[in-house]
Design a protein around this ligand. Structure first.
Ligand code: SF4
Length: 361
């Protein structure tokens, strides 16, 4: 794990979700949520395995009913990621989930009565299980909506503070917080304000961020701004669609801020009239071939030799294209000429060699 010298990370309490630490000096953890029917163990396990393969580190599943809670042991048996149960409305499901062995609970305090939350806290305290207080702009308490005239940042913060007090009154401090909004500025303001008021670890996310492009923009701005300010301990990029798509986006945000160097960083030029190779197809093929790769590696794919060598200079490996061929660069040095038809093969051979060499050190 590397952390940019430019970012001073806010110190938070460290908590553990199963085997994964969140907060304190732990790396910023990437998490996701399944969109399968949790009662369908096979489909849920398959999706969790695909997410783990992509680099997801904590997984959350929805628990809409008792049958879903009863599926937990069978799911847990087949996965290696810490499992968090997401509960709304019915406090008994949270208690069932803990009995069935989940590693963490996420509740939305806006939709569970106080007595129910008290029972959840008691059960979590007995087992040492972390609870995420997940305040959400879509389900704030009515009194706060009236007081603030909507789900503003101040309303989200007051809800979180009220809940922290309620949990602490019961002697419970295994708390993680999220204050999600679909409105990016409101989300940024809410997290900034809560970070100044508590040192509980923060789960960052923009809720209902939309499909891939919209989610990438909103999450990069919302999550990225906060991370750059040193705020946040775990992130979830919400995407409408396959949750596996969330993981490269999450690592892309962390890599772009020099917070965690995980996975391949592919730099490719936008191409212009000087480009004489099929750079789009090369970029697609390399991206696909390196998907899920955990080792950090900077790969530069440049359309021509005008700017290419310069741009590729600080990359681990790169190609600068020419007419039907290109120059292969390694650590800033030109290695050899390669025919365009061999670009993918040669690049992948060299990349695998580099990764193997690193493992020997
Ligand atoms: Fe154009 Fe070459 Fe720059 Fe790519 S690297 S944008 S082809 S000048």
């Amino acid at each position: 794990m590397e952390y940019s010298d430019l970012i001073k990370r806010k110190k938070t309490k460290k908590i553990n979700i199963g085997t994964v630490s969140v907060g304190g000096d732990a790396p910023i953890v990437v998490q996701s949520m399944t969109n399968t029917d949790t009662r369908n163990v096979k489909a849920t396990v398959a999706q969790i395995s695909a997410l783990a393969e992509a680099g997801c580190e904590i997984i959350r599943v929805a628990l809409p009913d008792k049958e879903a809670a009863e599926a937990i042991p069978a799911i847990k048996k087949k996965i290696r990621l810490p499992l968090v149960a997401d509960i709304h409305f019915n406090y008994r499901l949270a208690i069932d989930a803990m009995k069935q062995g989940v590693d963490g609970i996420r509740i939305n305090p806006g939709n569970i009565p106080r007595d129910g939350i008290r029972a959840i806290v008691k059960a979590a305290k007995e087992r040492g299980i972390v609870i995420r207080i997940g305040v959400n702009s879509g389900s704030l308490q009515k009194d706060l909506l009236l007081k603030y005239g909507g789900a503003t940042a101040d309303a989200l913060v007051e809800s979180a503070l009220q809940n922290i007090d309620f949990f602490e009154d019961q002697g419970f401090s295994l708390i993680k917080l999220s204050l999600k909004s679909s409105d990016v500025p409101a989300m940024i303001e809410a997290y900034r304000a809560i970070a100044a008021k508590t040192d509980y670890p923060l789960h960052l996310g923009v809720t209902e961020a939309g499909s891939l492009i919209s989610a990438a923009i909103k999450s990069s701005l919302g999550i990225g701004t906060l991370l750059y300010e040193g705020i946040g301990d775990t992130i979830r990029v919400s995407v409408t669609g396959d949750p596996v798509l969330e993981i490269p986006l999450a690592y892309g945000i962390l890599r772009a801020l020099n917070i965690r160097k995980v996975g391949p960083e592919i730099i490719s030029c936008p191409t212009c009239g000087r480009c004489e190779i099929d750079l789009l197809s090369l970029t697609d093929k390399i991206e696909q071939a390196l998907a899920g790769q955990k080792d950090y590696l900077k790969v530069a794919l440049m359309g021509c030799v005008v700017n290419g060598p310069g741009e590729a200079a600080d990359a681990d490996i790169g190609i600068a294209g020419g007419k039907g061929q290109g120059i292969l660069f390694k650590k800033g040095k030109a290695l050899k000429k390669v025919k365009e038809k061999d670009f993918v093969k040669v690049l992948l051979e060299e990349i695998n060699l580099m990764i193997d060499e690193r493992k020997k050190i």
